[in-house]
Design a protein around this ligand. Structure first.
Ligand SMILES: Cc1cc2nc3c(=O)[nH]c(=O)nc-3n(C[C@H](O)[C@H](O)[C@H](O)COP(=O)(O)OP(=O)(O)OC[C@H]3O[C@@H](n4cnc5c(N)ncnc54)[C@H](O)[C@@H]3O)c2cc1C
Length: 338
């Protein structure tokens, strides 16, 4: 266990915002985490569990305890003739887990290659990319209840996964420290290449037989060519969620904007591409002071210099207002505001 007072969080948020907290704690095992919440944590003050800070926006000094799970380990805990159950510690990097699963020829996670962050954070917003969501390979997770210090196991149904959503963003928000995630992967590969540019990227590549390693490579190539690297330009990936609207709203917008990009969902609902809405409003590359909309990815807000969290927040509110004025709908934040 490592406890630091008045610690900077600049290296723990991918926006690169200069902000500090009163206490920062690194925990290396489930036992350490239990001991800390039982006797070390000041429960009268605020607390927040973070991973790599790739989905966070700090807007002010955090007067409380920031907890980082640093436990490591990936192990096969069960298998049958079709599936394997893999337990990955919360402190592992998500992409190290994906790399491990691909190297071991266990399928299901490859489309989620190169998503920044930790294993422990992956269930919080049900990470997703290229037509796959964590929910499709999730089996269970283990987490310590901060109030009682007790270790619980939560199974798929209890997570109430939705689009960038889970029970840990709703009823159980900030109440648990996730210590491990159990994923159910396939021994027999199946390929999901009908989403985004995967098929087009595969066309450009040379390989003998399609396999999950090739798909991972294609996803990595697409992501590195498209997305800004937070080490070079602070960002937290998609800043907003894709709005979900009624059929009536979709049809009204489609009439006004025939090129509108949208995906039909169940129950006559439609998911609109937020990036398209922003770009079509002329805001791609738009900037104000030290904050901007990325020049190639309209859904990503970037820190162009030493912007503060407050400046980034205000800029995002400006975008929200412009989108509401143009389309009559609200862009909800995907990034967690602190
Ligand atoms: C360039 C870039 C690209 C991205 N692309 C994608 C993408 O394709 N798809 C996608 O879904 N996301 C994407 N993201 C967002 C981000 O990578 C994910 O949300 C990721 O899961 C966040 O992991 P983290 O460890 O950084 O969590 P943090 O940002 O530190 O925390 C996120 C949330 O999880 C909670 N949390 C973290 N760890 C724990 C724990 N152990 N126990 C309990 N709660 C915890 C925090 O309290 C917070 O609410 C992208 C981000 C960037 C910067």
């Amino acid at each position: 266990m490592d406890i630091q007072k008045n610690s900077s969080l600049k290296n723990y948020n991918t926006f690169g915002v200069h902000v500090a907290c009163s206490t920062l704690v690194n925990l290396n095992s489930t036992e350490e985490a239990q001991a800390f919440v039982n006797i070390g944590l000041d429960k009268n003050k605020a607390h927040l569990v973070i991973g790599e800070g790739s989905n966070l926006l700090f807007t002010k000094y955090f007067d409380g305890t920031i907890i980082r799970m640093q436990n490591k380990g990936i192990e096969l805990i069960d298998q049958n003739n079709k599936y394997v159950w893999i337990k990955a510690s919360a402190g592992e990097k998500w992409d190290d887990f994906v790399k491990w699963s691909v190297e071991n020829k266990y399928a299901g996670a490859e489309n989620l290659s190169l998503i920044p962050g930790t294993v422990g954070a992956a269930p919080i917003q049900n990470i997703g990319a290229y037509g796959v969501e964590l929910a499709s390979i999730f089996n269970a997770l283990e987490a310590i209840e901060i109030d009682s210090g007790k270790l619980h196991r939560f199974y798929l149904k209890e997570l109430r996964f939705g689009y960038r959503d889970s029970v840990f963003k709703q009823k159980l928000k900030d109440k648990y420290i996730i210590t491990a995630v159990i994923l159910k992967l396939n021994k027999f590969p199946f390929f999901k290449i009908d989403y985004g540019n995967i098929a087009a990227e595969l066309e450009k590549m040379t390989f003998e037989n399609l396999n999950i390693g090739v798909i991972r490579q294609a996803v990595i190539q697409i992501r590195t060519s498209k997305l800004p690297d937070p080490k070079e330009m602070g960002n937290a990936g998609s800043f907003f969620k894709n709005p979900i609207v009624s059929k009536e709203k979709y049809e009204n917008l489609k009439q006004l904007y025939p090129n509108l990009v949208a995906y039909p969902l169940e129950n006559e609902l439609f998911k609109l591409a937020a990036g398209w809405l922003i770009e079509n409003a002329g805001l791609k590359g738009y900037s104000k002071g030290k904050v901007g909309v990325h020049k190639n990815q309209a859904l990503i807000i970037v820190n162009l210099g030493e912007a503060s969290g407050k400046e980034i927040l205000e800029f995002s509110q400006d975008i929200q207002q412009k989108i509401t004025e143009k389309y009559g709908l609200l862009l909800e934040r995907e990034v967690y505001l602190i």
